[in-house]
Design a protein around this ligand. Structure first.
Ligand code: UT7
Length: 332
């Protein structure tokens, strides 16, 4: 009997219409298009302007996109993971709301919080459930309304982040395609360098925490950058080495889109000489946290061929990071 593997069988996405350009940011903080473009690769990001709409609004749209593409009855979905750093609310799982709204009446769901690595960790979780034989249709949605936690007077963060959602369906595969291997890690040292200080159990929200702007995301960009490059590149090397993959074997690098320079440095360490293998869409969306990886999958889906080798990489708050080796399972 052949081993069951877990493959991605459909992807979908949603980004809000509003484009926050570098030009517009020049009017908000002391920055300029040239600095942002050369230091990050970002030209614009999408913003969910409607204050009534939250992360789930985008997650639902991305999920419905997957269902439509796969021509799937939502009642067939077994499980929904919403990877997010910006759930609609604390305590009430966003995934439960998403499941109900899309008609996934036979599913259970929960949120997965590992900052920018949430989607990558979610892929691992989904694949493990499918490989176990317990569930056959697991939907992983990466969605973040970063504009809800960004301080638009802080030039070190507001130029980076954007809003969006992407999703991927995992199903069993009997041809050996899908997730092959993973290398996932975390290091609590990171909590000093990238975080929202207040609003959690350590510093519950008070008048004071709001006045101190501790409800916004803050980072020591330079330190995060250094850790991101060495960790992401190291994880990719590890996965390649133990699966005997050379640079020529890798068809596509699907990396978390935090900064184009971080992705380029990772690709260099992997010796990916052909730039077209390094998938980049950061110029359009900025860093959408949990949504970057599925947004890349959705944007470049038509390029992927059945059997292609994809190496995924991510790095985020915590710190959390890792790499996944996956064989693509369909031609679109
Ligand atoms: O998703 C995972 C988590 N996040 C990341 O992975 C982000 C990692 N970090 C980064 O992407 C980069 O560190 C940033 C894009 C945040 C910053 O780029 P950098 O090249 O590391 O800049 P820096 O912090 O070293 O600052 C260089 C200079 C400073 O001025 P001085 O001290 O040299 O005079 C900053 O004050 O650039 C200044 N600066 C800016 N100038 C114009 C910082 N932000 C801006 C800005 N516009 N927005």
């Amino acid at each position: 009997m052949s081993k069951i593997t877990a493959a991605i069988t459909a992807v979908g996405a949603y980004v809000p219409d509003y484009k926050l350009t570098n030009k517009e940011l020049e009017g908000l903080v002391d920055t300029n298009d040239e600095w942002i473009t050369t230091r990050t690769g970002i030209k614009e990001r999408r913003i969910l302007k409607d204050p009534e709409k939250a992360t789930s609004y985008m997650a639902i749209k991305a999920a419905k996109d997957v269902l439509a593409k796969r021509k799937l009855d939502p009642a067939e979905i077994d499980m929904i993971i919403v990877a997010t750093a910006t759930p609609d609310m604390s305590v009430a799982a966003t995934a439960a709301h998403v499941a109900t709204e899309i008609g996934a009446v036979n599913a259970f769901g929960y949120d997965l919080a590992a900052a920018c690595s949430s989607f990558l960790y979610g892929m691992s979780t989904a694949a493990s459930y499918v490989q176990s034989g317990r569930y056959t249709k697991v939907l992983v949605i990466g969605a973040d309304k970063m504009s809800s936690i960004v301080d638009y007077t802080d030039r070190t963060t507001c130029i980076i982040f954007g809003d969006g959602a992407g999703a991927a369906l995992f199903e069993p595969n009997d041809e050996g395609l899908g997730l092959q291997d993973e290398y996932l890690r975390s290091d609590g040292v990171g909590r000093n360098f990238l975080r929202i200080e207040a609003g959690g159990s350590l510093h519950p929200t008070t008048q004071q925490t709001i006045e101190n702007k501790q409800h916004f995301i803050k980072q020591d960009g330079r330190t995060v950058f250094k850790y991101a490059v060495s960790s992401m590149a190291g994880a990719c090397e590890k996965v390649m080495e133990r699966n005997n993959l050379t640079n020529n074997d890798v068809d596509w690098l699907v990396a978390h889109q935090a900064n184009k320079r971080i992705i380029d440095a990772t690709a260099n360490r992997m010796r990916l000489k052909d730039e077209s293998k390094v998938l980049i869409n950061i110029e359009k969306y900025g860093n959408t946290t949990s949504a970057t990886i599925p947004l890349v999958l959705n944007d470049f889906e038509k390029k992927f061929k059945k059997g292609d080798t994809l190496v995924f990489a991510s790095f985020g708050g915590g710190f959390t990071w890792g790499s996944v080796y996956l064989k693509w399972a369909y031609n679109s």
